[in-house]
Design a protein around this ligand. Structure first.
Ligand code: TUI
Length: 307
């Protein structure tokens, strides 16, 4: 399937992997790229030199395009922005903020820049700043989210900009992919389903928590402080929400959650840790290789789109 996104990135399938903190390391990124999508290393809160190492490791496993996701709340974002130029990655996606100040440097280096946006205003701003495409991410997604749903955000962003739009949030199979195309998207970004991939290094407890999730098993914490995060319900989310209702200051809640994603992803503590995942977790029932995952989605989507 050819779209402006497959052309832009030089990839076979219009599928981009989410830049998930701790999860999106080089094994997963290389596997997605090898399978014909765009694999990404999630820089999250990693130190710049670790990101450089991750890019180099991914290069050893694939000669296909590889990207880096830069989470803009990261205090190291500036240094990582320079590392991606030095290492010559093909694409950068950004999350949780405005990457405007890095745009010129990345464009001059020939990097394709695809910011995640959660509103039409942000999409327009990114287009004016020179973005090659935008990822319109709905609040069905896992992790840090905006307010609009994928169904409402994607077509409004598509109508507001000329650059290609990638749909994200709530997509994990060929039906979701086909629906995104119907809304005018030219690719999808998926996160939660890639967490469960065979090549994903997350602790097995994290994978099983997603594979066992039902439709209504996620919760949004941090809404009252303007930092909404979607995760699967557990002791951590229950306690957080209780304290949030009691009006505990943000700084104290931050202390409570600091390192909680690592706790779940690496240590496998899915009781006290933060199990970030999207609402589509309930649809995902089996672990597959990235190759099979992408092939199955494309096969199902192509059959639906031909009808
Ligand atoms: O970035 C994400 N998802 C994430 S980042 C993350 S790591 C983290 N851990 C703890 C606390 C906070 C973050 C986990 N999940 N998705 C992309 C995304 N970007 N969703 C929404 C946005 C967004 C929101 C506002 C993008 C731009 C924006 O602009 C606001 C502005 O004007 O700066």
């Amino acid at each position: 399937m050819k779209t402006r996104i497959t052309e832009l990135l030089g990839i076979e399938y219009p599928v981009i992997q989410g830049g998930m903190a701790w999860v999106a390391e080089y094994h997963l990124a290389a596997a997605v790229s090898e399978a014909g999508g765009l694999g990404l290393i999630g820089a999250a809160s990693a130190p710049p030199e670790i990101v450089r190492e991750q890019i180099r490791e991914a290069r050893k496993l694939t000669d296909k395009p590889v990207g880096v996701n830069i989470m803009l709340l990261n205090p190291n974002a500036e240094e990582i922005a320079a590392v991606v130029v030095e290492e010559g990655v093909e694409a950068v996606t950004t999350g949780a903020g405005n990457p405007g100040k890095f745009m010129e440097m990345w464009k001059n280096a020939g990097i394709k820049v695809i910011p995640v946006v959660a509103s039409v205003a942000m999409a327009k701003l990114m287009e004016r700043a020179g973005a090659d495409a935008v990822i319109a991410e709905g609040m069905e997604a896992g992790g840090h989210i905006g307010e609009a749903t994928t169904m409402t955000l994607v077509p409004q962003v598509v109508d507001a900009v000329r650059i290609p739009v990638v749909a994200a949030g709530g997509i994990a199979d060929g039906r979701g992919f086909a629906a995104a195309m119907m809304l005018g998207a030219e690719a999808v970004q998926m996160g939660t389903v890639f967490v469960t991939a065979e090549e994903s290094i997350v602790h097995n407890n994290y994978k099983q928590k997603i594979l066992g999730a039902k439709d209504i098993d996620s919760e949004v914490t941090g809404q009252s402080h303007g930092h909404p995060i979607r995760s699967l319900r557990n002791k951590m989310t229950r306690e957080y929400l209780k304290l949030e209702r009691e009006g505990i200051p943000f700084e104290e809640l931050e202390q409570l959650t600091l390192g909680s994603l690592r706790k779940a992803v690496i240590d496998g503590d899915v009781v006290n840790g933060s199990v970030m995942a999207g609402q589509i977790a309930g649809l995902i029932k089996e672990e597959k290789s990235c190759r099979k995952l992408i092939r199955d989605i494309m096969e199902q989507a192509e059959a639906l789109l031909k009808k």
